[in-house]
Design a protein around this ligand. Sequence first.
Ligand code: COA
Length: 158
Amino acid sequence: MSPIASESTVTLREITPANSEAIFKLSVADSQKHLVASNERSIAQAHFEEAAWFRAIYADDEPVGFLMLHDESLRAEPREEGYLVLWRMMIDERFQGMRFGWEAMLLVIAHARTRPTVTRLQTSWAQEDGNAGDFYRKLGFVPTHVDDDGEQWAALEL
Ligand SMILES: CC(C)(COP(=O)(O)OP(=O)(O)OC[C@H]1O[C@@H](n2cnc3c(N)ncnc32)[C@H](O)[C@@H]1OP(=O)(O)O)[C@@H](O)C(=O)NCCC(=O)NCCS
């Protein structure tokens, strides 16, 4: 099997007993750990949140990252409609800068466009060193406001 490269095909895959350990082991650099929760924590939270939609990010057959959406329409009784929130997004430190995050976001945006009633994708980032603000801006997200926790919010109209 050839090693993964920027040209590798990026897919979003369900997390199962067969691949969960590999996803738990994916990690950002120590200097980035203040920017995103660990995958163990995110997946545990997902199991208590009806509105969570989460996937592993693969480059060819190599797991390289993780993302999670908050999708109100997954609830039996949605509380609000019209937007999705990108809740978690990470690429393992070994695989950053290879465009896998970008390709995964294009897949998330395509997925968001298939959701009923959804016209906007929102995200936020901590205003701290190394934050992903420019990554999201390049994707077309437009900053909207800063919340009480100091998180910068941004939105992408679909
Ligand atoms: C942010 C993250 C998901 C980006 O994924 P990635 O695969 O490394 O990024 P890509 O290689 O797809 O980069 C795409 C573009 O965004 C830019 N970019 C990526 N991360 C960036 C960052 N943190 N700050 C500024 N620009 C960034 C790249 O330089 C590239 O720009 P170019 O098109 O001009 O060359 C990844 O670096 C990561 O997991 N970071 C740590 C955790 C984190 O901050 N998650 C987001 C929480 S809000």
